[in-house]
Design a protein. Structure first.
Length: 221
């Protein structure tokens, strides 16, 4: 009995473990740990990736592979699905996380969190691609400088191409509203703590409406 107790004490030593021996059975009974912890069952502390100048630690993993632990990230590649275009954008803020509000308060970047990104790269692409303004507040001072992009001299062939493109230039109403604020809502689809990247996609359509409702109800509380 003494030998068994000492064995149990050693198996319960400190360290993050992903084993099953500390869990109870489905019936509620206790499991008897008949072996110690194993290296392949280890767990590591969370990365808790924050918004800031890029800082990545390389972690050596099983098989000599590498994980890129993103500790600070401030930009990523974001895709605008309906327009089939991807641009590198600055991450400005974390606004929603389905799993934990604490991750929103601390502005922690994790997979599937909702962030606000800078809309300028997408606006520049849209205006050069379609030759139409988007997300611009008209003011007399800025009119001349802004119109340069839209009214600059183009070849006849390019003008015909742009005219044809204008037929499919319709943008989601919610996305168009966000262009006026200078920020777009996006969802992170990469794993910053594992890959050292914070990439994602711009929210649109039904998904956008779902998260806008969530954000509205959160503000109401």
């Amino acid at each position: 009995c003494a030998k068994y107790r000492s064995f149990r004490g050693r198996s319960g030593s400190m360290g993050i473990s992903r084993d099953k021996w500390h869990k109870r059975r489905a019936t509620g009974g206790k499991r008897t740990p008949y072996r110690k912890k194993r290296k392949y069952e280890l767990g590591r502390p969370p990365a808790n990736t924050k918004i800031g100048p890029k800082r990545i630690h390389i972690v050596r993993t099983r098989g000599g592979n590498k994980k890129f632990r993103g500790l600070r990230l401030d930009n990523g590649n974001f895709s605008w699905g309906s327009e089939v275009v991807t641009r590198k954008c600055r991450i400005l803020d974390v606004v929603y996380n389905a799993s934990n509000n604490e991750l929103v308060r601390t502005k922690t970047l994790v997979k599937n969190c909702i962030v606000q990104i800078d809309c300028v790269p997408f606006r520049q692409w849209y205006e050069s691609h379609y030759g139409l303004p988007i997300g611009r507040k008209k003011s007399k001072k800025e009119e001349t400088a802004e119109d340069d992009v839209l009214t600059k001299k183009r070849s006849n062939h390019l003008m015909r191409t742009i005219t044809e493109r204008k037929k499919t230039s319709k943008v989601d109403s919610h996305v168009e509203e966000q262009f006026l604020t200078g920020r777009l809502y996006a969802c992170v689809s990469s794993r910053p703590g594992q890959s050292g990247r914070c990439d994602g996609y711009v929210l649109e359509g039904k998904e956008m409406e779902f998260y806008l409702r969530k954000l509205k109800s959160k503000k109401g509380k």
